[in-house]
Every structure is written in C-alpha cells, then in structure tokens.
Design a protein around this ligand. Structure first.
Ligand SMILES: [Zn+2]
Length: 176
C-alpha cells in the first residue's frame, strides 16, 4: 500500500499547534478528493492533456507515475508559517518543474485565512493539475472547472482569471 502522503503530512500537522489552519487545508483536500471521485466516471483517460490516473494518484495518494515528468513522483506538501516569498501573492502554488522525484506544493497561510471552502476546493483541484501536468494556467482552470461541473452540476465563475491569462487563445475551454 502506498503512503497517503498529503493526508499523512496533514495528520501529523494536526498534532501540532496549528489545528484550525490544518483543518482548513485537510477539509479542502477531502472536498477536492470527494469532487474528483464523483467526477471520475465522467472523465476520459486524458482530459486537456491531464493524465487522469496520475491526477487521481497525486490527489489521493500523494504519489503518481508521471509521463509528464518521467518516473514516479511524490507530492510534497509544504505549509509555511508566514506569508513571505510567493505566499505574499498566492494562496497556494506549486514549485515547477518536478525535481529529484518530487513536486512541492506550497499551501500558504492565506489559503486558510481567506476565501470559502468552495474556493479552497477549487484551488486544490487547480494546483493538482500543475503537479501532474505543468504550468499552463488555462489547462489547470479548464480541468478544475470540468471536475467541478461533473461533481456539482456547476463550476466556479473564473472569467476574470480566464481573461487575465489570455485563455481564449489557448487550446483549453471552460465548460459551456
Ligand atoms: Zn495555476
């Protein structure tokens, strides 16, 4: 049995003093996993260039076999205590490319401090696309929106984000 890396890391965090924050992150991962598992049967093996099996393994087990990066890749979840560095601008981000068989996903303090459970779930779904398929913002948002739609019958409006990233010029599309 493979290690449940993100949840394992989170359960270790739960023993520490940052319980409310860890709860928000764990809830977001659990919500993202639940949405993905509901959406799973509606997804082809590959969607928008995302290998769905790799995505599932990355999200649920923190480890995946990657055609994109090559080989077996572990997802390393990092939760810095302060909003310094890139955390000054982002709620969460992924260090790319994969390095030494790892992709590092950083969940910043503002991830838990701001937003709603639905936005946190969307953020996890979105960042996990970066984990398995690289930096393209339009791919990440198109895939996350498809998962949301299949899971909930609706997806979060992301038009501003879509425009800001010139995604109309990309090969990716939001659901109709
Ligand atoms: Zn992104």
């Amino acid at each position: 049995m493979r290690a449940l890396l993100p949840l394992l890391a989170l359960s270790i965090l739960l023993l520490s003093a940052v319980q409310p924050r860890a709860d928000a992150v764990q809830t977001a991962f659990n919500d993202a996993i639940a949405a993905f598992e509901t959406a799973r049967t509606g997804l082809a093996a590959e969607n928008f260039g995302v290998d769905v099996t790799a995505y599932q393994d990355a999200l649920t087990e923190g480890q995946f076999a990657s055609r994109h990066w090559g080989g077996e890749i572990a997802v390393e979840l990092i939760e810095p205590a302060e909003n310094s560095g890139a955390c000054a601008r982002f709620a969460a981000y992924v260090h790319l490319p994969a390095h030494d068989g790892r992709v590092r996903m950083v969940v910043c303090p503002q991830f838990s401090a701001d937003g709603t459970p639905a936005l946190r779930r969307l953020t996890v779904l979105h960042e996990m696309v970066h984990v398995v398929a690289g930096a393209d913002e339009c791919r990440a948002m198109a895939f996350a929106a498809r998962v949301e739609l299949l899971a909930n019958g609706a997806f979060t409006p992301v038009e501003r984000y879509w425009r800001a990233n010139d995604c109309d010029q990309s090969p990716f599309r939001l659901p109709d």
